[in-house]
Ligand binder design. Structure first.
Ligand code: FFO
Ligand code: ATP
Length: 175
């Protein structure tokens, strides 16, 4: 799935990411604190929503891997926040207040029309969604090239609330 999206040219990647950003802004209610992912390995780059939402007071946060096989934590992020590569090489804040986001923007390596997601196999987002109360709104952001007929979800897989690709934003029926 990562190789498939890596085949997008830089210009295509930027154009598809920009379409995802427009769909997010048009379809979703502005959250209080949105967690996003610093894009790695050709993930969709949805950072464009942040300055737009910031105008209405929305705060941004990044995930922090505290330990393996445990839920993620989240730290507030601003454009001035220094980022340091974590154990996986992902740029991560090492300072800043720990917060509880009410919306998560989750990059999709693979996904299906039922709203299930393939990540990198760490189980971090599934554990995080299972642990957070209240559960944040889970928004998958991906490219149509990574759509699959089914990811063959297992019992631990958390279903997304929204699926947003360059083709549009789809609200999934709640479980
Ligand atoms: N940009 C980004 N940040 C994120 C996530 C994400 O999906 N994307 N995560 C979402 O939960 C968390 C990190 N999840 C991860 C889970 C497993 C591995 C991992 O095992 N990496 C292997 C390579 C795996 C592969 O490429 O197939 C490694 O580094 O050796 C890395 C990150 C938090 N931050
Ligand atoms: N709520 C949970 N409690 C305990 N173990 C869990 C939970 N959620 C997932 N796991 C474990 O994590 C493993 C990896 O999950 P999965 O393959 O779905 O990861 P992923 O969603 O691709 O990863 P990531 O979200 O980190 O990108 C699963 O095999 C499962 O054993």
């Amino acid at each position: 799935m990562v190789v498939r999206r890596a085949a997008l040219s830089d210009a295509e990647h930027a154009a598809l990411s920009a379409r995802i950003v427009s769909h997010l802004l048009a379809a979703l209610p502005a959250p209080r604190i949105v967690a996003f992912c610093w894009p790695i390995k050709h993930e969709p780059d949805v950072r464009g929503v942040l300055p737009r939402w910031a105008e209405s007071g929305v705060l941004a946060a990044l995930p922090v891997v505290i330990e393996e096989n445990a839920p993620l934590a989240f730290r507030l992020w601003t454009p001035d926040t220094p980022l340091t590569a974590d154990r996986y090489g992902i740029p991560t804040p090492v300072t800043g207040e720990f917060v509880q986001p009410d919306m998560l923007l989750l990059p999709l390596n693979g996904f299906d029309g039922d709203g299930y997601r393939l990540g990198y196999g760490g189980g971090y987002f599934d554990r995080t969604l299972a642990a957070l109360s209240p559960r944040p709104l889970a928004i998958g952001v991906g490219f149509e090239t990574n759509r699959l007929p089914t990811i063959r979800p297992e019992s631990h897989d958390q279903r997304l609330d929204w699926l947003v690709t360059e083709a549009g934003a789809l609200r999934l029926p709640s479980a």
